[in-house]
Design a binder for this molecule. Structure first.
Ligand code: 16C
Length: 253
């Protein structure tokens, strides 16, 4: 139960076995499958290319509900020299979060559900004059291999959840988010012996999608300009962070 979670730490939950079912298993399965289904969705219709930089393409679809901006974001990027496993590892693991994530005042794990799934509570930096935002979401990492590829696809999904250890504390406003990072690894000019694969032979093709409801009220124009600036900034900073971390390490396939 979630009350037991108070005693749980990232390393201390011995009941969190691989594949074990828990209260969020069914929801996680549904949300993960939803992201995989839309991964190849066409961005020609209704999506605007709002930023392009090297291999990175940032798309946005303008959506408003009752005057609140809910624009979905979709980013495609190709990063040379890293695998999808490496990208997802650094995105999912708590210990690296504050080194690349610039929108946060704090982050913590409030529950470990299984070895691939934790619940985060994060407090975001305040953007003046809007109220401060926080977020509480399950974060799930997994890999799978489809029959026509030899390199597994890796994915991380961050999806808002409510939690007894993360009550909403007004005037702080809760962000509602559904974020997915999906990574495929490509091996170029593969050497005969897989042991000879070098970083120069590999690249990661990633898709990042974010459905974020900022909650409360934020002026549309201000929100759109913050988003337009911050999403590319996040992906540039995060990818150079992963490149820097992995450069001299053995490749994690
Ligand atoms: O995916 C990202 N980060 C993950 C790990 O933290 C996780 C995050 C989920 C929450 C996503 C919502 C982020 C909203 C930030 C609100 C504060 C903005 C602070 C700006 C600092 C100058 O999946 C990477 C997330 C990259 C987010 C880019 C910023 C998006 C702007 C949305 C604005 C929300 C309203 C803020 C009020 C003006």
């Amino acid at each position: 139960s979630s009350t037991n979670a108070t005693a749980v730490s990232a390393t201390g939950n011995h009941n969190a076995l691989v594949g074990e079912k828990h209260r969020l298993s069914a929801e996680i399965e549904r949300i993960v499958q939803g992201h995989l289904k839309y991964k190849y969705e066409d961005v020609s219709d209704g999506w605007d290319l709002i930023h392009q930089e090297g291999e990175m393409k940032v798309y946005r679809r303008e959506v408003e509900e009752n005057g609140l901006v809910l624009d979905p974001m979709k980013i495609f990027h190709t990063i040379k020299g890293v695998t999808g496993h490496e990208i997802c590892h650094y995105f999912w693991e708590f210990q690296y979060r504050m080194e690349w994530e610039t929108t946060l005042d704090s982050t913590k794990i409030i529950e470990v559900l299984d070895p691939q799934t934790v619940v985060f509570y994060q407090v975001h930096k305040r953007v003046w004059p809007a109220a401060q935002r926080d977020s509480c979401f399950w974060s799930h990492i997994r890999s799978f291999t489809s029959s026509d590829e030899d390199q597994p696809t890796w994915l991380v999904v961050n999806y808002t959840t409510s939690h007894l250890l993360a009550p909403i504390k007004s005037p702080q406003v809760r962000i509602v988010a559904n974020v997915a990072l999906i990574c495929e690894t490509v091996i170029n000019e593969p050497p005969l012996n897989p042991k000879d694969i070098k970083r120069e032979n590999i690249e990661c093709k990633l898709t990042y999608v974010a459905f974020v409801n900022p909650g409360g009220w934020v002026p549309s124009a201000a929100l759109r300009s913050v988003a337009k600036r911050e999403y590319p900034r996040f992906l540039k900073r995060f990818s150079s962070y992963v490149l820097e971390q992995t450069r001299d390490k053995p490749i994690l396939f």
